[in-house]
Design a protein around this ligand. Structure first.
Ligand SMILES: Cc1cc2nc3c(=O)[nH]c(=O)nc-3n(C[C@H](O)[C@H](O)[C@H](O)COP(=O)(O)OP(=O)(O)OC[C@H]3O[C@@H](n4cnc5c(N)ncnc54)[C@H](O)[C@@H]3O)c2cc1C
Length: 255
């Protein structure tokens, strides 16, 4: 079912730096906060300035009672750098919520996230009310502010960093076979680098449980009109990440 969509100016309530080049922006936008589902995203646009195109950002938190939305984003180029310079009281335009979110009909999912891919999983974990565990991967301890963010919402956290400065050394997915061995989980929900999601999907399949992945493609309109985010699907069709996704069952998009 498609969610109602809004295009609104939203006031920034806070902007915090979480790690080097990573920020959390919280805005007041009760209309989108009221209907957003974990895994859906917004297209954010600056009001004024020289960045005209919208930039897609996953929803990291939606607090319906307060009418707020939070985004966790890494500064990569011109658009995200401009977002990071905005201060409380400034406004951004939001188009959303867009796309289809994660399956909510699960009892004991294992969330697998790498880097900024952990952002939409945070919203999901919160809605699962401690029924989910999370396996997190990051480059180094300095980027693992995620552990504190997830703590109130998950049952257990597992952690790996590329350099071993926190948790196990290496890629998060290398811990996955052992976690799935117990047969405790009814699905894997993955978001992060594509290679990580592909491995997670293979391991979930080997363990006999379904897997959802959230794809990240460069996109323009976010509404399924421009086709710039199309990907080849396993059934030979083309899928639009913005409209058919960004969340897919792994077998829909990975061979
Ligand atoms: C559905 C969706 C949800 C997203 N959610 C988040 C989120 O929660 N947090 C977050 O930090 N980022 C998220 N992103 C990525 C974010 O949209 C891009 O980082 C942002 O648009 C870059 O804009 P920019 O102007 O800063 O960089 P640009 O100047 O546009 O690009 C800078 C560099 O980043 C590369 N790049 C830009 N966009 C992407 C992309 N989508 N995938 C891979 N490489 C890219 C460019 O090729 C270039 O090398 C999401 C993307 C999608 C499609």
């Amino acid at each position: 079912m498609d969610l109602p969509k809004f295009s609104l100016d939203a006031e920034i309530l806070s902007q915090e730096q979480m790690a080097e080049n990573v920020y959390r922006m919280t805005v007041h936008c009760p209309q989108i906060a009221g209907v957003a589902q974990p895994g859906t995203f917004v297209q954010m646009r600056l009001l004024g300035g020289d960045v005209l195109l919208r930039r897609p950002l996953g929803i990291a938190e939606a607090e319906r009672e307060k009418g707020t939305l939070s985004f966790l984003y890494r500064v990569l180029g011109k658009g995200t750098a401009a977002f990071s310079r905005l201060r409380p009281g400034a406004q951004v335009n939001l188009l959303g919520p867009l796309g289809h979110g994660f399956c909510m009909d699960l009892h004991r999912p294992l969330l697998v996230g790498g880097g900024m891919g952990l952002s939409p999983l945070l919203f999901y974990a919160r809605c699962m009310e401690k029924r989910a565990d999370v396996l997190m991967g990051g480059r180094h301890a300095g980027e693992m502010f995620w552990t504190e963010l997830f703590k109130p919402y998950v049952s257990k956290s597992y952690l790996a960093t590329d350099d071993g400065s926190l948790g196990s050394k290496g890629f998060a997915v290398s811990l996955l076979p052992k976690l799935l061995e117990k047969g405790e989980y009814d699905a894997v929900i993955a978001c992060g680098p594509e290679i990580m999601m592909e491995r997670a999907a293979e391991m979930a399949k080997a363990a006999g449980i379904p897997c959802q992945v959230s794809l990240e493609k460069r996109m323009a309109c976010g509404l399924g009109a421009c086709l710039s985010c199309s990907v080849d699907a396993s059934d030979g069709t083309r899928k639009k990440v913005c409209k058919d996704g960004p969340v897919f069952w792994a077998e829909e998009v990975f061979p």
